[in-house]
Design a protein around this ligand. Sequence first.
Ligand code: SF4
Length: 284
Amino acid sequence: MLTIEALPLAVIISAIILGGPLTLVIAIRVFNYWYGNVRVKPVNTGLAEDQGSPLGLLVTWDNESFDYKISRMRLEYSEIFRGGLSLATSFTFEDKQAKKRSFVLPLKLIPNELKILTVFNDERELKRSQLIIEVEATDGRTIRKRISKKAVINALTKTPVDAAKLEVDMLPPKEADTWAVATRIFPWRKVVEVVADAPKSKGPSAGGSAVAQIFDFIITKVWIEPGCIVCDACENEAPDVFQVLADTCIVRDNAPMVNTGSIVAAAEGCPVDVIKYDRAAKPA
Ligand code: SF4
């Protein structure tokens, strides 16, 4: 009896018999496109974090059918829920180093970027997070693949990839391009949640200011721990407190600590959680 799994094959064989050679050619092309085109899979590279990164991407394609010269890999990660993060980065090969053969690319990410891609708090994060990988060829062709956060995390629990066995090139760990962006999605909403009775306000910064007057604590000290990625978010939120320099962010001399809401919003909004503060009970 014909099983459900065998049905597509039966349909194709019937179509070939009924349609003749032309259908056969079309079927071969479809199969070739489907199985021979670029595929991207997260893999465990077996490298420690200080050697490069345990996370890599296996990029495979049939280079006899598809003459791609891959020049860039772009990663766009997003968490679609309150307080979620997004991260965008890319890895570019110079034109003459463009990859003509399937390869494993160990992603040399900074610890916080690796954390964003591989650490999760609850199931909701796994369901509402996704990684889009864009593979760009020198001739402008671009292929986009979607990978779940779960697949990224699972990859790291598997045995390290054996590039020789797969007959692909194992590339040296590669630094990300310098324009990488990480930001927190809707940070102000997280702050507004702290006080449900806060007066209604419009816009992101307004959310932070609106709650400032009804926080039940004051901020006594603010500092920045190492790891700032100079994204400017804190200075936009509280310009009188934070100053973003070329390679880090500082707390301004004699910065006023009176606007609790905007400092909390800046700390909540920092994509790498390096803004810290001490608090004390609000004087009666
Ligand atoms: S401290 Fe955080 S929010 Fe401020 S610039 Fe650095 S990374 Fe961005």
